[in-house]
Design a binder for this molecule. Sequence first.
Ligand SMILES: C[S@@+](CC[C@H](N)C(=O)[O-])C[C@H]1O[C@@H](n2cnc3c(N)ncnc32)[C@H](O)[C@@H]1O
Length: 455
Amino acid sequence: MLDFAKFTKYSKPGPRYTSYPTALEFNDSYQYDTYIKKLSTQDSSRPLSLYFHLPFCKNACYFCGCNVVFTSKEDKMLRYMEYLKRELKILSTHLDCKREVIQMHFGGGTPTFFSAEQLKIIIEEIKSYFPNFVKDAEISCEIDPRHINETQMQVMSHAGFNRVSFGLQDFNEKVQIAVHRVQPYNITKDAMDLARKYNMHSVNVDLIYGLPFQTLETFKETLSLALTLNPDRFAVFNYAHVPWLKKTMRKIDETTLPLPDVKLQIMQYTIDFLTSHGYKMIGMDHFAKPEDELFKAIEKGQLHRNFQGYTTKGGADLIGVGLTSIGEGVDYYAQNFKDMKEYEDAIDGGKLPFERGVLLNEDDRIRQFVIMELMSNFKLDIKRFEKLFGVNFKSYFADAIEALKPFVAEDLLTMDENHIECSQTGTLLIRNIAIPFDAYMKKHATNQKTFSKTV
Ligand SMILES: C[S@@+](CC[C@H](N)C(=O)[O-])C[C@H]1O[C@@H](n2cnc3c(N)ncnc32)[C@H](O)[C@@H]1O
């Protein structure tokens, strides 16, 4: 075991880089009309990736950092379905919806709070606007194993869903109670069996490390149990604790959270454990079996990162539909309203519920490339980068190269004329390694209440 105590100095606020620039840079100066123009002038030969946000949950999991609406009221959900329908209609007047769709994702919240019948209606509505799903489109849904039944799985399977992602988080009872998410093993197992029965050919399980009362020992047990479920993929997320943004996180007693060196030990153990059981580490927090597309993509250097995590489907324009959802084009990010009333008001006014976003300049695109390469593949091919952007890496990033020297000295990174590459331990600190390439971090450096801690 490495001496992780010496790396605890790297525990500081930092982005997870699901986008660059990060959502903190989204602003109002990106105007509605510009967004509409961007949508309507997109290159129609580029495929589409669709994201639908289904935000409802009945109870709060205290760790949850997602954009969630708590309700158990059926009429609220029906009303949301109506607005989704109207949003799609407005979208179709600005976007060429006949373009090929190569990916669709239902995220939440808990999409399966909608009944089988409601899910069916939502899916049919989407397909009536987007008729050209390619044959091997990746269609996925986030599922809370406590809220899924056979009819829902059947509906999704018939509609072409081929991937599901189950929230598991941790099997330890004390941890589960502390985060207000009690989920016995059999519930997760039954959900997994259902996914297999309905031929979901990729089943992912989400775990989180850094939760209250977790220790290396408890997490070892969670991993061993999770392995018996035999998922195709694991996502093992570093708990992002941002109580200044998420009220429910304030219910977590911070003195029960594991310290940074314990978190590093847990992650190192997780990597060793999963790789010794046939999984390969894919990017910062994902693991996949050799048969999985992600595994093959990383071998070919074709792994991409976006708001949904890692994907093989690069080169598509991402369209976000629903409350708070985020879209991504070649040179912009765009986010819908987070507030339900504002979201509805926009649609009532015949407009897309676009609230804010960011337009990328040339410098953003250069840095975006470098950061996403590092976050996906843990290395950067400098010559390829220079060819793509026509800039000299050494002079453009002189300050970043300087800032990374301590990482090189600690064997976390190697740097030469042609490559930057993380060592195995360096992969644990990939967010820290990406930060020097981020032009916006300086202005956030003194503010502790921005991002979650990197370790
Ligand atoms: C939208 S949520 C899950 C969907 C579903 N509601 C469920 O609970 O199973 C997607 C995943 O994000 C991860 N997640 C949520 N909040 C997080 C946080 N604060 N830090 C790290 N991961 C988090 C969890 O692993 C979760 O399964």
